[in-house]
Design a protein around this ligand. Structure first.
Ligand code: ASP
Length: 437
């Protein structure tokens, strides 16, 4: 058994968190690769080191002194070191960086130091070999991860050392420069490491006991999801549930590696297991997997009698394409169709879009309805069961929620309804109570 354990910012925020990480690592010797984020917030009033480093760069850009911020960052590291009795020369390494701040150090390298310093300390504390991401995570010239080269380098590092620790979030360009990933990118580094060594499990340690069935800001105490497929997760994430960095899925999914989301503060909780396929265990499992949604969509309805639907639809899609607007849903009637797109994506182009559609399609009527929310009920078991949509619509109808659009994902993983923005939260609550409560 071989596991990659990635620890997020809150899991390594301070010395107390480091101790929890150590206990987790020591509890299971198969956790041979650790990937670490930069120290995050210790409490709600605290700052993430990555944010402070970006702030520092902004100060430098505008010619404002960033000495205070640098001092804060440095003392966060020194505090962890001193509290845990470690040797790492934080000050010495910082002193080497400072003269380069205004010279050759790019923003990416500066920001990556959050992960670098945190990982140096954590590696020493755990007794793991520190392997710099600059030596094992590689980007191509196109800015994309060079997976082949990265997998080979991480694989070799694990052959040479029994236990390794790699800082997340950054890697090296062919030019030799450091490049960071987008925010939350340590998830990707962890996934790459897991794929590189064909790990049995990629553990993603964070501060929640897994993915919840609904947004806890809307539903009180939603149940955690014990098992979810990658496809369902993608559906939920697309509909607004933020869990993992989206680019962290494909490396592990491709290799059939299970991804386990765990809580560093409650290691006794099993968390959420994300897998390619679930062996159904009959009635014990919940009927639906989760509910998510997004606000602020616009529905454009086109009516024409008689309508050559293929042609009209193609023209409408061409027009939206010209304005770089992605269509989220299409519903078709006999002599009408409705297109749902994000209101923000349409922006002020909405008037040009309508004018162009009027010219091209010559409809009898065009209707624009803004302020629509999409709510997705996701579940691999859901759509194969007769009567699901009926129950769903009945639950919403009984609560006085008017459904403006309906779509069933073609992969039969979700049923998505469009409701008024004002009904967004209520719809999620009602559906949760009906199917999961
Ligand atoms: N430290 C980086 C961030 O805050 C990357 C990460 O934590 O995954 O976005």
């Amino acid at each position: 058994m071989l596991k990659v354990a990635k620890f997020g910012g809150s899991s390594v925020a301070g010395a107390e968190q480091f101790k929890k990480v150590k206990a987790i690592i020591e509890a299971d010797p198969s956790r041979r690769i650790v990937v670490s984020s930069a120290a995050g917030k210790r409490d709600s009033s605290d700052h993430k080191l990555t944010d402070l480093l970006y702030l520092c760069h902004a100060h430098i850009t505008y010619g404002v002194s960033c000495d205070d911020i640098i001092g804060t960052i440095r003392s966060r590291f020194a505090e962890i070191r001193d509290a845990l009795g470690l040797q790492y020369d934080v000050e010495g390494d910082f002193d080497k960086l400072l003269p380069r701040l205004n010279r050759d150090m790019g923003v990416d390298e500066l920001v990556s130091r959050g992960e670098y310093f945190t990982s140096r300390l954590l590696a020493e504390y755990l007794g793991y070999r520190f392997v710099d991401a600059a030596d094992c995570v590689f980007f191509g010239l196109d800015g994309q991860i060079d997976r082949e080269k990265t997998y080979a380098a991480i694989g070799n590092a694990l052959k040479e050392h029994e236990r390794i620790l790699i800082p997340g979030f950054y890697g090296k360009l062919p030019t030799g420069k450091i490049k960071v990933m987008s925010r939350g990118g340590s998830d990707i580094s962890g996934a790459l490491a897991a794929a590189a060594v064909n790990a049995d499990v990629y553990e993603n340690w964070t501060d929640v006991s897994g993915i919840l069935m609904a947004d806890p800001r809307i539903v009180e105490n939603p149940a955690p999801i014990s098992t979810i497929t990658y496809a369902e997760l993608q559906e939920l994430a697309f509909m607004g549930a933020s869990v993992l960095h989206e680019d962290s899925i494909s490396p592990v999914k491709e290799k059939g590696i299970a991804l386990n989301i765990r809580n560093t503060n409650r290691p006794q909780d099993p968390g959420t297991m994300i897998v390619e396929e679930v062996e159904e265990d009959g009635e014990q499992e919940r009927f639906i997997t989760g509910i998510a949604g997004r606000r602020n969509f616009t529905v454009l309805t086109i009516k024409k009698r008689p309508m050559n639907t293929n042609e009209a639809l193609r023209q409408a899609l061409d027009i939206l394409d010209r304005y770089h607007v992605a269509v989220e849903h299409i519903t078709l009637g006999l002599d009408s169709f409705a297109l749902v797109a994000s209101t923000a994506a349409l922006g002020d182009s909405v008037y040009d879009v309508i004018a162009d559609m009027q010219k091209a399609i010559r409809p009898d009527d065009v209707n624009v309805k803004e302020g629509i929310s999409l709510v997705a009920t996701v579940g691999r078991k859901m759509t194969s069961r007769p009567g699901t949509s009926g129950r769903l619509f009945h639950a919403l109808g009984k609560s006085g929620i008017n459904i403006r659009t309906i779509a069933q994902g073609s992969d039969e993983l979700s049923i998505i309804v469009g409701v008024e923005n004002a009904d967004f939260e209520k719809a999620i609550k009602v559906l949760y109570e009906r199917f999961a409560g």
